[in-house]
Design a protein around this ligand. Structure first.
Ligand SMILES: Nc1ncnc2c1ncn2[C@@H]1O[C@H](COP(=O)(O)OP(=O)(O)OP(=O)(O)O)[C@@H](O)[C@H]1O
Ligand SMILES: [Mg+2]
Length: 413
């Protein structure tokens, strides 16, 4: 079981009260008003906006504060009509379930379908129409949340909902929240350091808190200097945006141009494209075609190395082909990101430097890129060393005792 100490701070400081959800005052007021007012003319509400701004947090805190029991469904894993009906039907059929809940103060249920843009994804099996039916029949308020409300499939849903838009949380509010957390975690931080974390988050409170934790857990005094490694966050944001634009592109020319003007890391991008293609192309023939282009792009990437930059246009061109195998079939979906990238965000600079040194040694011995060393070799070597810390691998790679220790203990990898 997790102790308070190793909890993620985003969980530990998840707002328990409406007041603790910072920013988006208008959206908040509108939602509370809707939830309180039993005579509202729309039975369902859709909270939408960018990630990490408090949509889910508000729904949970407000329902709790106003005495509702939340029947929650995360749409990502329940896309079919059958699954939705199994949970939602009973929950919406009784106005109050006082007799069945422990909370005698309850105002009844609310049904909360989080991430409905997930429901409407590629694998939609009647999910949207099932929700529509639930809304129509429901005796209890139906709350939904999504990042992207504009996807085609959600259109019929939007008509039935009160739409409430969330925006990025303003920087000064994020700074204030980070200051509070610092106080509770006994971290002293320079104002400029928190300002930088907040700015870097681009209004995403979740990522700001995550960054604060990654830096603050090890440095109990946080200076501006300590935040310098945070550029990776920007890189990640641009990777996500580039992926979104990449997968939704309507033509090869459009994608080629977009890639040529972006400043993403080619290797990260290639890896992420490969990881996400199966979500983009559920049709296997299309998927095979797309992978074919990606493997050609990969070949060019290898030849580009560090000097043959003139080959970059071929790399882009092949990638662009992979994105445009069937533009009509595009539906918004949530990206899979290589776990290593997500996890490294929680790492401090010291740990990254150590991992970089290790990958350098692996690269030198095995003649592989840094990336390959990190993704393919490190997990394997780590498993070997965990079994046998004095393995001959240690001297072969010339690992220092600290590096061996690091590899063995890197539990979060
Ligand atoms: N406005 C906020 N005020 C306080 N904490 C917040 C706020 N927004 C996010 N957080 C913190 O970030 C975590 C994640 O927020 P939340 O799950 O509400 O984001 P979301 O808007 O639902 O994002 P997504 O679109 O990715 O589902 C919360 O547990 C909380 O710790
Ligand atoms: Mg959410």
């Amino acid at each position: 079981m997790q102790t308070q100490n190793n909890l993620l701070w985003v969980e530990k400081y998840r707002p328990k009260k409406i007041d603790a959800v910072t920013g988006n005052d208008e959206a908040k007021a509108l939602f509370i008003e809707w939830l309180k007012n039993k005579r509202h003319n729309k039975k369902a509400v859709l909270l939408y906006g960018p990630p990490g701004v408090g949509k889910t947090a508000l729904v949970l805190a407000a329902s709790r504060e106003l005495g509702f029991s939340v029947i929650e469904m995360n749409a990502s894993d329940t896309r079919s009509e059958k699954a939705i009906n199994a949970v939602a039907k009973p929950a919406t059929s009784y106005k109050a379930l006082d007799n069945f809940t422990e909370n005698a103060q309850t105002n009844g249920n609310v049904l909360f379908l989080d991430e409905v843009d997930g429901i409407a994804g590629n694998e939609d099996r009647g999910g949207v129409s099932a929700i529509l039916k639930i809304i129509e029949d429901s005796l209890v308020p139906v709350i939904m949340a999504a990042n992207d409300p504009d996807i085609e499939k959600l259109r019929p849903l939007k008509k039935e909902c009160l739409l409430i838009r969330f925006q990025q949380v303003r920087i000064p509010l994020i700074i204030a929240l980070l200051q509070k957390i610092c106080l509770l975690e006994h971290v002293t931080a320079e104002f400029e350091a928190l300002e930088r974390i907040a700015q870097n988050s681009k209004g995403d409170v979740r990522s700001a808190i995550n960054d604060l934790q990654s830096l603050g857990e090890e440095n109990h005094h946080l200076s501006l200097q300590d935040t310098m490694m945070l550029t990776s966050r920007n890189k990640d944001t641009s990777l996500d945006e580039t992926l979104r634009r990449y997968f939704s592109a309507q033509s090869i020319a459009e994608t080629s141009a977009m890639l040529a003007f972006s400043n993403i890391d080619y290797d990260d991008f290639l890896l992420s494209v490969s990881d996400n293609l199966p979500k983009r192309y559920p049709d296997l023939t299309e998927l095979a075609k797309a992978y074919n282009y990606v493997s050609k792009a990969d070949l060019f990437r290898g030849r580009i190395g560090t000097e043959n930059w003139h080959l970059l246009k071929y790399f882009y061109n092949d990638l662009a082909h992979a994105s445009a195998v069937n533009p009509q079939s595009y539906k918004s979906f949530t990206f899979v990101t290589p776990p290593i990238r997500i996890i490294t965000l929680f790492w401090t600079k010291g740990k990254r430097t150590m991992l970089d040194a290790i990958c350098g040694k692996i690269g030198a011995q095995c003649h592989v890129s840094h990336k390959t060393a990190k993704h393919d070799f490190v997990p394997y070597i780590r498993a070997m060393l965990q079994k046998k810390p004095k393995s001959p691998l240690v001297s072969w790679f010339k690992f220092t005792p600290e590096e061996v220790d690091f590899l063995i203990k890197m539990g979060r990898y």
